[in-house]
Design a protein around this ligand. Sequence first.
Ligand SMILES: O=C(O)CCC(=O)C(=O)O
Ligand SMILES: [Fe+2]
Length: 206
Amino acid sequence: MGASGLSAADSFGPNLARQDGELYYLEQFIPAAEADHWLETLLAGLAWRTESIVVAGRAVPVPRLVCWYGDAEAHYRYAGVDHAPEPWTPGLALLRQRVESRCARRFNSVLGNLYRDGEDAMGWHADREPELGPWPFIASLSFGAERRFDLRHNRSREILNLPLAHGGLLLMGGMLQHHWRHRVPRQPGIRAPRINLTFRAILPPP
Ligand SMILES: O=C(O)CCC(=O)C(=O)O
Ligand SMILES: [Fe+2]
């Protein structure tokens, strides 16, 4: 068993990171017709809002919409902002169950990102806030437009590109957040929206 707790018996396929972390992609984790239903349900039913981060003393809106759901205690500091979660919707609770049983992992929260079109994006970052624990395990579920997901190794600068498709589940674990950054780049030709749900386990404050 690796540091992430993923056991060799789990059938996630090859580790796409190969070194310094664990990265698995399960294509069509949610079959296409069902994924269509989720895309509509989540677009219409979640509390999407704009969020600003402070850059050089100024509030700058991030180029996407976000939402945050979870168990009541799962507060999360993200980009310098404290998020109290909204309570689970029935749909998100169902998706959480599906993801949990596939990963044999528990999650107490989910960060949603809505990329309205190819102009929306997320810059290079790692998800390594202390409340995610020493080896953050994140399950990332995508619906809607296929978007490119890039990873860059901090030291070697090796780049990996993965297309994240409708219904696909990406798993990040082990030392991945310590050694790699990731992003969702702008893809100006894309007109359709994409929703990404990152299921996370937030530890209680020390
Ligand atoms: O949209 C994605 O696929 C990635 C989202 C992400 O990296 C994050 O929420 O931390
Ligand atoms: Fe991330």
